[in-house]
Design a protein around this ligand. Sequence first.
Ligand code: MN
Length: 299
Amino acid sequence: MNRELAVIGVQMDFGQSRRGINMGPSAIRYAGLLEGLEYLGYQVCDKGDIIPMQKGKSLKNMRNYEQVIDGNFRLFWDVTDSLKSGMFPIILGGDHSIAAGSVSAVSKFYEEEGGIGVIWIDAHGDWNNDETSPTGNMHGMPFSAVCGYGPDIMADFGQVPAYVDVKKCVQIGGRDIDTEERKRMKEAGVTVFPMNAIDKLGMNEVIGRAVEIAGSGTAGIHLSFDIDAVTPEAAPGTGTVVHSGLTAREAFFAMEVLAESRKLLSMDMVEVNPILDEKNKTAILASELIQSALGKTVY
Ligand SMILES: [Mn+2]
């Protein structure tokens, strides 16, 4: 694994409706992320935060789309620069709409080397587009966008998009996936391990299969981790809590297996909202999960 890391914060809160999530990157840094990664032996380059434009246009089906696109456009180029410099990008959100920019950049960068697989750990599908979204909140659309299923404006930054092959995409931890969204995911052929698959198979089997699907025949894996995948008792500081999620240990174990696989190319950690948190515990969890994905072990 690359020993140089680029940490990029995105103070994005326009992809959903709860303010405060723009402070997520700060809360995760405050929870000791940079120090923890340095302790693991990495060289850490903190590239600071992207602050999206604060005013812009909105559509009923794509709320605040100008601000969302502005942040994603800048993130796309920051992630691209980090990859070109040989660094492993860690993107801190902000809401999940920013995965449109990060995944698009990683996918484009590795286009000639077999493309990438994506593991999306989340309570939600994030597979709506502007026609199916019940809310118009763009944090529910990035997974669909980066695979070429729209909205196009989320993944096309003038670079000729390298869409991720859905056959190399895995959703883990889903338990609140909209009806239309389910249909679209099934038709597209995304592999989904919802909560009851984890109950049945166990995280060991699920994450093992996910690494196999996303990591075989690709240059490697991008991990997009939405902290709302974890059950609210362990991760209360997020805008769209859904009961009965992953335990903290299930989440940590998934990170440990990903680290062992040595296939990770890049990762997002998103949807930490310190305003809704309890003594920063969700940000601490996010910081620790990132460290586990980068090789921190319990023994
Ligand atoms: Mn999400």
